[in-house]
Design a protein around this ligand. Structure first.
Ligand code: 5GP
Length: 191
């Protein structure tokens, strides 16, 4: 998505440890019009997939997931990273090692919101080593529901997550694919 590449070039900041900071439009301040167009792009890519729900992980996956849900007219479930006092139902859980925080979290989704015939689209902001996506895939597996695909706003293609997902035969769509972040410069994969 050319507009996303332009936005990353304009507002992105490369931090040490192969981390890209996009707090201006995605991870802290959210550019709502732009996020709406991200939702349109995902919806168009997955329009024939008969999706019934979107599954994401708090907090940065929520904005692109909601915008996509709005276009596809389906609900969005976000996995929680912290135990909530109000989340007392039966839960699906998976362990996820956080790339940016370097800690392990247990992610949880209430069984109540997943139905046997659900066909979910997994959405997240970034894809690095694939831990977050594999945690959500684990939850889908426990719930015995189908995964229609994975939509990622920014894939860091030089890290192993994308290849691991594709190796499982899963339909992966990433709107921007970064080849490298060497020397503070963002280099994109050729189209
Ligand atoms: P993974 O689980 O694929 O290793 O990493 C993806 C998760 O870590 C995403 O949910 C995202 O929140 C975070 N993440 C990974 N790499 C980056 C990055 O370069 N920048 C930001 N802002 N978040 C990242």
């Amino acid at each position: 998505m050319k507009a996303l590449e332009e936005k990353i070039k304009q507002d992105g900041e490369v931090l040490s440890g192969d981390v890209l900071k996009v707090d201006r439009f995605l991870n802290h301040q959210i550019d709502t019009d732009f996020m709406f167009s991200i939702g349109q792009e995902f919806a168009q890519k997955f329009q024939d997939e008969k999706i019934t729900k979107i599954l994401t992980i708090e907090s940065s996956g929520i904005a692109p997931a909601v915008m996509t849900g709005l276009q596809l007219h389906v609900p969005v479930i976000f996995a929680r990273k912290h135990k909530s006092l109000t989340l007392t139902d039966d839960l699906y859980t998976a362990n996820v090692y956080s790339f940016t925080k370097q800690t392990e979290n247990q992610i949880t989704v209430s069984r109540k919101y997943i139905e046997p015939n659900d066909r979910v689209l997994i959405i997240d902001d970034f894809l690095a080593n694939g831990q977050a996506v594999f945690g959500l895939l684990e939850i889908a597996k426990q719930a015995q529901i189908e995964v229609a695909g994975v939509g990622i706003v920014i894939e860091k293609s030089f890290q192993p997550g994308a290849d691991k997902i594709k190796a499982q035969g899963i339909h992966l769509e990433s709107l921007a694919r970064i080849k490298s972040l060497t020397d503070g410069q963002v280099e994109f994969m050729p189209e």
